[in-house]
Design a protein around this ligand. Structure first.
Ligand code: PLP
Length: 227
């Protein structure tokens, strides 16, 4: 199947990047960034062995969640999240990658409590300082983390970033390194563990892995160009 071939290629490249970096390939999870990809195509990739998918829009996610409800897919939410949509995600996504403000932490806490669960999240950091990108500014990260740590039904597992798009992936490396360094510093300062770094997309995931990514979010390379 074409899906299986594409998946194998990406997995091989992940393994090679891990071996260059002296990392265990099991420590890097491939997430299929499946926005605009129809459910049946997601099903095909699932059958080839891809178990984790991430969606950006709540409406689109809910439709696919229903259509694929017979599969135990590990769904993540990776897009900008409006506060009034949080309630629709509870119990359906294992990880929200895009916590970026206190009001969102408040809402996730409230909805998770109501649903009787603990929602795992990553804090999205705008390492490139781009106006158009989501995420908390690096200098505001500590305050948001402190705020989130007070929530009983919210568990922060790490950091996520969407760096600037630069033609040469080597030029993106410093942004990935910056996220890792921020994580390391904060772990020490706060005396806690933030095991996950969600970073790297189709054109730069290998560099991200060399810099410590534990989740790479790959769309185009798996599913083809989005229309
Ligand atoms: C679309 C998307 C990706 C995947 O991008 P590709 O370049 O297609 O691999 C990764 N992360 C987020 C947050 C996305 O929205």
């Amino acid at each position: 199947m074409e899906e299986c071939r594409r998946l194998e290629e990406v997995l091989e490249r992940i393994e090679m990047a891990c071996s260059r970096a002296g990392r265990d390939p099991k420590a890097v999870r491939l997430l299929g960034a499946s926005k605009t990809v129809p459910s049946e195509r997601i099903r095909g990739f699932y059958e080839c062995g891809l178990k984790t998918f991430g969606e950006n829009r709540v409406q689109e996610f809910l439709k696919k969640y229903e259509e694929l409800s017979d599969l135990p897919i590990d769904w993540h939410f990776i897009g900008r999240l409006q506060t009034n949509k949080v309630k629709y995600l509870m119990g359906k996504v294992s990880l929200i990658h895009s916590l970026d403000r206190e009001s969102l932490a408040d809402e996730i806490e409230k909805r998770a409590k109501k649903a009787g669960l603990v929602q795992e999240v990553l804090i999205e950091v705008n390492v490139g300082g781009e106006e158009t990108k989501g995420g908390v500014e690096p200098e505001d990260l500590r305050a948001l983390l402190e705020y989130a740590l007070l929530k009983e039904n919210l568990r922060v597992l790490g950091l996520m970033t969407i760096p600037p798009y630069l033609e040469d992936p080597e030029e993106v490396r410093p942004f990935f390194a910056k996220l890792r360094e921020l994580r390391d510093k904060i772990e020490e300062e706060f005396g806690l563990e933030l095991p996950h770094l969600s970073m790297g997309m189709s054109h730069d995931f290998e560099v991200a892995i060399e810099e410590g990514a534990t989740i790479v979010r790959v769309g185009t390379l798996l599913f083809g160009e989005r229309s």
